[in-house]
Design a protein. Structure first.
Length: 245
């Protein structure tokens, strides 16, 4: 079991770099990597699942594909995913990503989705991302389609105007929470501990036990202080588990 000196050194290293939390992803997944990440977080797309994919990075990347590149099939799957899995999203991490987005359309999308989670106070501040004027999902014919089909109830009342039927809602497009928890280690940790940096760090240490606190913080976009505590607590937990007879 690592000594307190080990944790103290990690803590001191954190002060040396000012404890600045890294928010920006190292690289957003794209192309085949994005397909693998989407499959890994439980979205029904072609590709070999990457069950270590960062959840919020993947969600953010898909929203860019959908809102900026008009890939509506991907956006539909993301929207369905959200209806089932939003309780296990790290709301703080996703908010920081979206807030830094240069796309008004992307910000409008997430503000609209969060508006439907009024019972979850973690998503309250997403309202600040909403544009002051309406944004139409369909760049051409949006007004006509709204008048003809009506509005998708998942976005009703928001600044994002989405005609009914444009984004299909089919639960079979995504894994259920139970099935996703079986495959995605970080998601499973969030089910157990809540959607937090601590849960993500615990899961990362299950994959790579030798990670230093600073490396663990970088891997999970958390702080070195939290990473040091998680490493300490995990070693305490491991030491407390009775040995097999």
């Amino acid at each position: 079991m690592p000594s307190w000196k080990t944790f103290r050194n990690d803590w001191d290293a954190g002060w040396a770099v000012g404890f600045r939390r890294v928010v920006e992803p190292r690289a957003l997944p794209a192309g085949e990597a994005l397909s693998a990440a989407m499959a890994g977080v439980g979205m029904s797309v072609a590709g070999d699942p990457d069950y270590s994919a960062a959840i919020e990075d993947t969600l953010f990347a898909v929203s860019i594909e959908g809102m900026e590149r008009d890939l509506l099939r991907e956006l539909a799957v993301l929207t369905t995913w959200w209806t089932l899995h939003a309780p296990f999203v790290n709301a703080d991490r996703l908010f920081e990503l979206v807030k830094r987005s240069g796309s008004e359309r992307v910000r409008a999308y997430w503000a609209a989705l969060a508006r439907g989670r009024k019972s979850d106070p973690r998503f309250g501040r997403y309202a600040t991302l909403a544009p002051t004027e309406d944004v139409h999902l369909l760049r051409v014919g949006g007004v006509f389609q709204l008048a003809r089909r009506g509005e998708d109830p998942r976005f009703a009342g928001s600044a994002l105007r989405v005609p009914q039927g444009v984004l299909r809602a089919r639960d079979s497009d995504v894994l259920s929470p139970v099935r996703l928890a079986r495959h995605h280690r970080t998601y499973r940790a969030r089910v157990l501990m809540g959607p937090s940096y601590r849960a993500d760090m615990w899961a990362a240490l299950e994959r790579h036990p030798a990670l230093s606190a600073s490396a663990l913080a970088r891997e999970t976009y958390g702080s070195i202080a939290t990473a040091s505590r998680v490493k300490r607590d995990r070693e305490l937990w491991r030491a407390s588990v009775p040995s097999e007879v």
